[in-house]
Design a protein around this ligand. Structure first.
Ligand code: PLP
Length: 398
């Protein structure tokens, strides 16, 4: 049966992780993997998560099925976090939210929902975008198209080009995927004014925005990071939002995220939500419970919630502090290229502007592991490796 099958090449980032693991150079640095790391290179469990797990160990009294949407009380947590408590959309009933297995699960359910119900809709993604966006929508049978986003000349955003291509090529009913904040892989975000332009455009051209919020809290703040998303949500009729709790609660392997649908009326939102429920049932029946139970335990306890906000702020401040240090140390190392754009980027990642050749030399001669695209995971930088990193980049870039 399987004789004809040829192995497919795996994710190049996973190959990078393996190569780093096998490297015996004590100075090796892993800037490939997309998880938060502390100054010791560890991905720690948050204190609030440990505390919530202790509470759950004591209080949880059943492992019975929960239902396709997960824990019912979790719906309010998702809405409060992404829209902000007291957002009038919540009371209007025009938004419904379900727990999903991570942000990836949310995107997969959204893809199935779009494929089955919004016939002929195409999905527009930024060039570049997170690699899995294309895979998820391709596999659901949704045609994926891209719009210009990153400008290698300026290491900035090509907003005019983005709008020009969208203006020329979108069709009514197409889906526009936007990263809420901390764009993966570039670190270059849309600003509020861009969101305003895009909101008008979505309304004018009859598009469905799908906003992927995987890094809330990692840019400028839990509320600040979603200001654009919230502006759009307040001013469009329909919208989908896929969010992830993997990064901001550090519960990557627990697989916890959310999918929200906003519609013209509460009735329409409920109808769409019931169809989303069908897609969930056919995919994985129901989401895993533990991650959501942890998030719920933290968010429903004012003391734990306040402590968690500080923990998110600490992760954010560390990354933003590293950006400042990188820029200063690269400049001090006498490198010919201006890297000051790194401090304007946000989130876990930075498109460094390093060429493929430079990335390969850094890997082979200095044991510094950066993705072929030049994407660096900033959280992999630490006080103990930053000098070696900057000196090596200066030697390779010249
Ligand atoms: N969306 C983007 C842009 C991401 O970078 C990621 C994870 O890397 C996800 C979604 C999915 O996250 P999760 O691990 O919760 O599935």
């Amino acid at each position: 049966m399987f004789k004809h099958l040829k192995p497919v090449s795996g994710d190049p980032l996973l190959a990078l992780i393996i190569a780093h693991k096998q490297d015996t150079n004590p100075k090796k640095i892993d800037l490939g993997v997309g998880v938060y790391k502390d100054d010791n290179g560890n991905t720690p469990i948050l204190n609030t998560v440990k505390k919530a797990e202790a509470i759950l160990l004591e209080q949880e009294d059943s492992k019975s099925y929960l239902g396709i949407y997960g824990a019912t009380e979790f719906e309010a947590i998702i809405k409060d976090l992404i829209l902000g408590e007291g957002n009038p959309l919540i009371a209007s009933g025009r938004i419904r939210s379900t727990q999903t297995p991570g942000g990836t699960g949310a995107l997969k359910v959204a893809a199935d929902f779009i494929s089955a119900n919004l016939k002929d809709a195409r999905l527009w993604v930024s060039d570049p975008t997170w690699g899995n966006h294309k895979s998820i929508f391709d596999s659901a049978g949704v045609e994926v198209k891209d719009y210009p986003y990153y400008d290698p000349e300026t290491n900035g955003l090509r907003f005019d080009d983005m709008m020009a291509k969208l203006e020329a090529e979108v069709k009514e009913g197409d889906v526009l995927l936007l990263h809420a904040c901390c764009h993966n892989p570039t670190g270059i975000d849309l600003q509020l004014d861009h969101w305003k332009v895009l909101t008008d455009f979505v309304n004018k051209r009859g598009l469905l925005p799908l906003v992927d919020a995987a890094y809330q809290g990692f840019g400028d703040g839990l509320d600040e990071d979603l200001a654009g998303l919230r502006h759009m949500a307040a001013n469009v009729q329909d919208m989908l939002i896929a969010n992830s709790f993997s990064k901001n609660f550090g519960i990557y392997r627990e697989r916890c995220g959310g999918l929200s649908v906003i519609a013209a009326s509460a009735d329409e939102a409920n109808a769409a939500f019931s169809i989303i429920g069908q897609a969930i049932r056919a995919n994985y029946s129901m989401p895993p419970a533990h991650g959501a139970a942890v998030v719920y335990t933290i968010m429903s306890n004012p003391e734990l919630k306040a402590e968690w906000e500080l923990e998110v702020a600490a992760m954010r401040d560390r990354i933003n502090g590293l950006r400042e240090k990188l820029v200063a140390k690269l400049a001090a190392s006498g490198v010919s290229k201006d890297f000051s754009f790194i401090k304007d980027q946000r989130g876990m990642f930075s498109y460094s502007g390093l060429t493929l050749e430079q990335v390969r030399t850094l890997r082979s001669e200095y044991s510094i592991y950066i993705a072929d695209t030049g994407r660096m995971s900033v959280a992999g930088v630490s006080d103990s490796n930053i000098d070696y990193l900057c000196e090596s980049i200066a030697k390779v870039v010249g």
